[in-house]
Design a protein around this ligand. Structure first.
Ligand code: HEC
Length: 135
């Protein structure tokens, strides 16, 4: 009986491994990650967002959202709009976000960014994501 269970257990483990690979988008990552980012020609609104991003976000999320040793790249498949919709960006800026995908620590709220400026920042990130094949 025990022998018969072994292959089953193996199959179950393989299944778990497959799920872990598939859900890799939400796995904890330990090392800082800096990605190469190409910026597209930005729309006018996104260009405004870039200025806001450079002032308020780039210190942690890197130039063009490429990541730094303080925060993750936002030009990354886990931040695609279907996984991190615009509301999650809005909430991150307003309330901060506890460390959950990475090991950088918590993101503090950014109260110096006015709520009305957040859509332009999001638009900027979405345009750069699209240029880099993240959609
Ligand atoms: C002091 C550093 C710091 C600053 C400044 C900062 N962030 Fe973050 N941010 C982080 C860290 C660290 C995380 C990753 C948290 C995790 O998932 O482990 C993060 C995560 C995020 C997320 C993902 C939220 C989620 O739901 O998983 C978004 C979106 C985001 N930041 C947007 C921004 C924007 C836009 C700005 C500028 C207005 C900004 N951040 C400024 C450190 C920062």
């Amino acid at each position: 009986m025990a022998d018969m269970n072994k292959p089953l257990a193996g199959a179950a483990l393989a299944g778990i491994a497959a799920v872990a690979v598939w859900t890799g988008v939400s796995a904890q990552s330990t090392a800082p990650l800096i990605v190469e980012v190409a910026e597209p020609r930005l729309s006018e609104a996104a260009a405004e967002g870039k200025t806001l991003f450079d002032t308020n976000c780039a210190a942690c999320h890197g130039a063009s959202g490429s990541g730094s040793d303080q925060g993750p790249p936002l030009i990354h498949r886990i931040y695609v709009s279907s996984h991190h919709g615009d509301m999650s960006f809005y909430m991150a800026v307003r309330q901060g976000t506890p460390a959950h995908h990475w090991s950088f620590g918590d993101m503090p709220a950014q109260p110096q960014v006015s709520p009305g400026d957040i859509p332009a920042i999001i638009l900027y990130i979405r345009e750069v994501q699209a240029e880099n094949g993240i959609r």
